[in-house]
Design a binder for this molecule. Structure first.
Ligand code: SF4
Ligand code: SF4
Length: 135
């Protein structure tokens, strides 16, 4: 089972190979492969299977980018997709939830993120990829 925090549903939708370092990018690619193989997801709080390979991770639940900041993104993404902590669902169900996310909800969860500000993430790309990655 893939352990994902809320806002990583969005990040997994938009990942295109860039990351904080090579180990992180490899982990993201592995998680995408598992999603595309249909592995079940468990929605968790704090560090997840993606954070586990991230150089920004600090301890069990911390993030160098701001633990509260990433927790805020998680809460916004959970609200946008209607999933609860501890909920388990398959990628196809995640896709249905992601396709119901509005632009305003996506902008709220992704506000001030480096990857959005650098143009690597956008609402337009999210709309395009959310129909392809979680099937
Ligand atoms: S903008 Fe940031 S939080 Fe939003 S999907 Fe991209 S990397 Fe994830
Ligand atoms: S540790 Fe922070 S920057 Fe790294 S993947 Fe987790 S939330 Fe994102």
């Amino acid at each position: 089972m893939i352990r994902l925090r809320g806002h990583h549903l969005f990040c997994c939708t938009l990942f295109q190979g860039s990351g904080y370092d090579g180990t992180f990018a490899s982990r993201m690619a592995q998680v995408l492969e598992r999603l595309q193989a249909g592995e079940e997801i468990c929605l968790v709080e704090g560090c997840d299977d993606v954070c586990a390979a991230c150089p920004n991770r600090r301890g069990e639940a911390g993030c160098a980018l701001g633990t509260e900041n990433v927790a805020r993104r998680d809460a916004a993404a959970r609200q946008a997709t209607g999933v609860s902590l501890g909920e388990e669902f398959f990628p196809g169900e995640a896709g249905q939830k992601l396709r119901a996310v509005s632009r305003e909800q996506w902008e709220t969860a992704c506000a001030c993120c480096r990857w959005k500000e650098e143009g690597l993430c956008s609402w337009e790309l999210f709309v395009q990829l959310r129909s392809q990655r979680f099937v």
